[in-house]
Design a protein around this ligand. Structure first.
Ligand code: AHG
Ligand code: MN
Ligand code: MN
Length: 336
């Protein structure tokens, strides 16, 4: 017998993790299973993005007679539809919808709350650049019946799971339930996510910074001084840093997770709260980065400590290697 590596599917991994929790009802695992199906359905469509015009579409109708939808609209509906009838969630909310998304009356409301960014980096789709989907899971705050806005507006430290799917040169499902961060690469030929990145740990310090430096003129001086510092030459502190920026938070955070360094979307004079959304982007990514041993910040405290007041609120965000994020905070707080 040749020494084949151990194949661990996402499904089996989730089940084995569940068995480590004797009181588990399976509801949580069921939710993760449904999410992995949603990920495959979105991936299938994303991977055909450039083919829409070739595969016989006329007047925005595809070959099966469905109206062709924008990909982020498609992803939004697909994730909702994959999750609405499993009996695991009591309410959802997505970046694409102003209000909370109720579970249809005919289905059972479960114990969990799902918030998601169906397609992140959507402006990159037409250029065939990495995009992703992001999810955040809470236990419901209310006890019975349909979920409410109150169930959705919980601070990030209460997340029971979070993760993302990156549709890049390969498709990877990365998630954490508070016991480390694990990544599963999709093998399209068998339609399974296979464990490829077990217990990811972010380096303590990196040498890459990732942010939209085009906003430099609008930043506060602490932010400007920090980036200037990273660009200076100094062998002892391994500077200058390299700049890498895709403009897809999933891609930029994934690289930061694996290589270290810092990803940031600071507030600025035009948008004091920055651009990225707390509930759909910053909370789940902060959870992943912190679970991998890194640090998140809104400039003064962990992103996970931000108390949400509304579904679509923004927050400045700094994520990455502990040493890099700490240093950034020192500049922002005028200590350097
Ligand atoms: P979305 O596609 O979900 O609206 O998110 C876009 C976000 C995020 O992915 C990325 O980090 C950021 O926008 C990029 O913004 P800039 O173009 O301002 O750099
Ligand atoms: Mn996004
Ligand atoms: Mn989006």
């Amino acid at each position: 017998m040749s020494a084949l590596p151990k194949f661990m599917t996402l499904e089996r991994f989730i089940n084995e993790q569940e068995m480590m929790h004797p009181g588990a009802t399976g509801e949580f695992s069921g939710l993760l299973h449904d999410l992995s199906l949603a990920a495959k359905l979105v991936w299938r469509e994303v991977s055909k993005a450039g083919l829409v015009n070739i595969l016989g579409t006329t007047d925005r109708m595809n070959v099966s007679g469905d109206v062709v939808k924008k990909l982020d609209e498609f992803a939004d509906e697909t994730i909702y539809k994959a999750m609405d009838h499993g009996g695991h969630v009591c309410v959802m909310a997505s970046e694409e919808n102003e209000d909370i998304l109720q579970i249809p009356d005919q289905y059972t409301a479960g114990k969990y709350v799902l918030l998601y960014d169906p397609l992140d980096g959507s402006s990159n789709i037409d250029a065939n650049i990495t995009i992703g989907s992001i999810f955040s899971v809470f236990k419901r705050a209310t006890t019975t019946g349909k979920g409410t806005l109150q169930d959705c507006l919980q601070p990030g430290y209460k997340q029971v799971a979070a993760g993302y799917i990156i549709y890049g040169s390969s498709t990877i499902f990365v998630y954490s339930t508070g016991h480390g961060v694990h990544g599963f690469t999709l093998d399209p030929s068998v339609g399974e996510f296979l464990l490829s990145h077990e217990d990811i740990r972010i380096p303590v310090k990196g040498k890459i910074y990732s942010l939209n430096e085009g906003n430099f003129c609008n930043w506060e001086s602490g932010m400007q001084r920090y980036i200037q510092y990273l660009k200076e030459q100094d062998k002892a502190t391994d500077r200058p840093y390299s700049l890498r920026y895709i403009g897809t938070m999933v891609g930029d955070s994934h690289r930061t997770l694996l290589y270290g360094g810092i990803f940031a979307y600071p507030g600025d004079k035009k948008n004091p709260q920055g651009k990225l959304r707390l509930m759909y982007e910053c909370n789940p990514m902060a959870f992943i980065i912190e679970q991998a041993g890194g640090r998140s910040s809104d400039g003064t405290k962990s992103v996970l400590q931000v108390q949400p007041a509304s579904l679509h609120q923004h927050t400045p965000v700094f994520l990455g290697s502990t040493e890099d994020v700490k240093m950034c905070e020192e500049f922002l707080q005028g200590k350097r």
